[in-house]
Design a protein around this ligand. Structure first.
Ligand code: TRP
Length: 359
């Protein structure tokens, strides 16, 4: 069960399909490491999924359950960590409103992550009013839990920076914290919100199988944690090695994205160094060979994940997942309601306690 004496960690995923290797090396590895030392909250940002797909509610529901299966398959353990369903934590939606008033409109619209998403997802200028709102909502996702750490991939850093800004503004405006105070002192100086810190994973930005852009479902260049060995083989097998060469001709491993994967997924560093050397010399090392080693390494990582996932794929699997979501969300509401109470009190909105029971 969550231990409230430990500092908290919060992070989450938007249910837009299954998780991929970019999520794994950017954030999941950190989450697994943090589970013992911290009181971890992992949020299913299902409300955010509605910002770009309001008409695809059935898909969003299915994706939400699939993401939990991915988490459990990776080793996120609901007996140690709390799994939170965003749409059943009303404090998050309430805090979003208050935070929206602390951020200049143009500050939100300048957020580079939002801009990239508008481009990558082809949203143009037709996106909903609610779409940029999710960035403000994300500040509330985080601050509702007053965490110390937020483990994310590099693409989320701009959001976390905005969240830190909101926390400072709130504490300065409503809790009389000195605007020149150091970030780490905000809580002891009476702020409701400690200033959380970002933690970027071992690989902040994993390149996709197109060898160009970051790995992302919307860019169609992702290897999913639930891909079969055959799918992994096919996707890596089809990667362009950045150049065309014969096995006995010198090549440049540095422009070959398959070597990025070799560095990240093959554990034996000396072996990878030797591959690079042979590739550079044209020492009888074909691109197919390099790919085969990478395919094996990725499958070795994914095999236990696939096996664990299978436990939840049979009959009753969804019910088990929904039970886990309900238990976690009930615990999460206790923390989020406490935060909301503190925040509203500081804002002069303390007109009595409310209770919110969710089962
Ligand atoms: N925006 C994040 C993503 O798309 C998901 C997310 C929602 C999140 N709320 C969060 C991440 C709070 C960290 C903290 O990956």
């Amino acid at each position: 069960m969550p231990n409230s004496a430990k500092p908290r960690v919060l992070t989450g995923d938007t249910p837009t399909g299954r998780l991929h290797l970019g999520h794994y090396v950017g954030s999941i590895e950190n989450r697994l490491r943090l589970q013992d030392q911290y009181d971890c909250f992992f949020l299913l940002a299902n409300m955010h999924a509605f910002t770009t797909r309001p008409d695809r509610h059935a898909e969003i529901r299915a994706d939400t359950i699939e993401i939990v299966k991915d988490w459990l398959a990776c080793g996120i353990d609901p007996s140690r960590s709390t799994i939170v369903l965003q749409t059943e934590v009303p404090a998050i939606a309430e805090l979003t409103w208050y935070f929206a008033m602390l951020l200049p409109f143009n500050r939100v619209m300048r957020n580079p992550t939002l801009k990239d998403e508008i481009k990558d997802k082809g949203l143009g200028d037709t996106h909903s009013f609610g779409f940029p709102m999710y960035a403000v909502g994300q500040c509330a996702d985080i601050l509702a839990f007053r965490p110390r750490w937020v483990p994310v991939g590099e693409d989320q850093v701009a959001h976390i920076e905005m969240c830190r800004e909101v926390a400072r503004r709130f504490d300065i405006t409503y809790c009389s914290v000195d605007s020149k105070a150091d970030d780490q002192d905000f809580a002891t100086l009476g702020g409701v919100f400690p200033i959380p810190e970002v933690m970027v994973g071992r690989v902040g930005r994993l390149i996709g199988t197109d060898g160009k852009q970051k790995m992302s479902k919307s860019l169609n260049n992702a290897i999913f944690l639930s891909d079969t060995p055959r799918q992994v083989k096919k996707k890596i097998g089809a990667m362009y090695p950045g150049q065309s060469r014969d096995p006995d001709q010198p090549g440049d491993p540095d422009i070959n994205p398959v070597f990025d994967y070799a560095d990240i997924f093959i554990k034996d560093e000396a072996f990878v160094a030797d591959l690079r050397e042979r590739y550079r010399k044209g020492d009888n090392l074909g691109d197919g060979h390099v790919k085969a080693f990478v395919i094996d390494a990725v499958n070795e990582l994914l095999d236990p994940i696939r096996a664990k996932r299978a436990e939840y794929e049979g009959p009753g699997g969804d019910d088990t997942v929904i039970d886990i979501i309900r238990t976690g969300t009930a615990a999460a509401n206790e923390v989020a309601e406490e935060t909301l109470y503190m925040a509203k009190d500081a804002m002069g909105l303390g007109f009595g306690e409310r209770t919110l029971e969710w089962e």
